[in-house]
Design a protein around this ligand. Structure first.
Ligand SMILES: Cc1cc2nc3c(=O)[nH]c(=O)nc-3n(C[C@H](O)[C@H](O)[C@H](O)COP(=O)(O)O)c2cc1C
Length: 203
């Protein structure tokens, strides 16, 4: 009787250890969670406010781990271990900022994403802030989405037609609650779709 209990205890410990090592191999994530990486560049804080709302929206979906990082802080491990990626940029001359473009270029120069298409079938989305009402926010989001499409990612929108955006200068009082809600909705949709994709891959 005593020997059986000891054997059962030992087996339990072995199974626990095996479970832990498989989770550790996946970057400390339990297999039944997804990871949403929210990445942004922000000099004066506007895009960061949107990034935090995107992250809050994604966090509201059960079994989702959200990682919020500035573009320069992203490592290959973090990028490739994420199931979804949301990238935010300020509008610089009607396009993504140089820092965000460098982030995408590092995928190849530092992370070697091609020719294996290591971002293939991960969910991708974009958000942007711009000083003026109609001076490049949608184009900025589309150029971010274009970089993702080139990497065979699965693109989703949410908030607005191409992602979430906010106007930050001129008559605008800064980022308002409606714009934050757009960002939140984008984060939530990305997490929901990432789950749909993951469940499909598990079939
Ligand atoms: C170099 C530069 C270029 C900019 N170009 C544009 C532009 O073309 N259209 C626009 O709406 N805002 C433009 N802006 C304003 C920023 O997009 C806006 O202030 C943004 O919210 C800044 O984001 P951040 O606070 O996250 O840094 C520009 C700002 C800078 C510094």
């Amino acid at each position: 009787m005593m020997a059986q209990s000891v054997v059962r205890l030992l087996l339990g410990v072995v199974f626990l250890c095996l479970g832990y090592s498989s989770v550790a191999a996946q970057g400390q994530r339990h297999p039944d969670t997804i990871q949403v990486l929210v990445v942004y560049h922000s000099l004066s804080g506007n895009t960061e406010i949107m990034a935090k709302s995107v992250a809050a929206g994604a966090r509201g979906v059960p079994d989702v781990r959200v990682v919020l990082k500035k573009v320069g802080e992203v490592t290959a491990d973090l990028l490739f271990s994420s199931d979804a990626l949301v990238v935010g940029s300020p509008v610089y001359w009607s396009n993504m900022s140089g820092e965000v473009k460098i982030f995408f270029d590092r995928w190849q120069f530092e992370f070697g994403v091609f020719p294996e298409f290591k971002m293939r079938n991960k969910v991708g989305a974009a958000f942007a802030t711009g000083g003026q009402v109609s001076s490049g926010k949608e184009l900025t989001m589309l150029t971010i989405l274009a970089a993702m499409l080139g990497n065979q990612m699965i693109i989703v929108s949410g908030g607005g037609a191409f992602g979430a955006s906010a106007t930050t200068e001129g008559d605008s009082p800064g980022i308002d609650e409606k714009e934050k809600a757009e960002a939140w909705a984008l984060g939530r949709r990305v997490a929901e779709v990432a789950w749909v994709v993951k469940r499909g891959q598990q079939r």
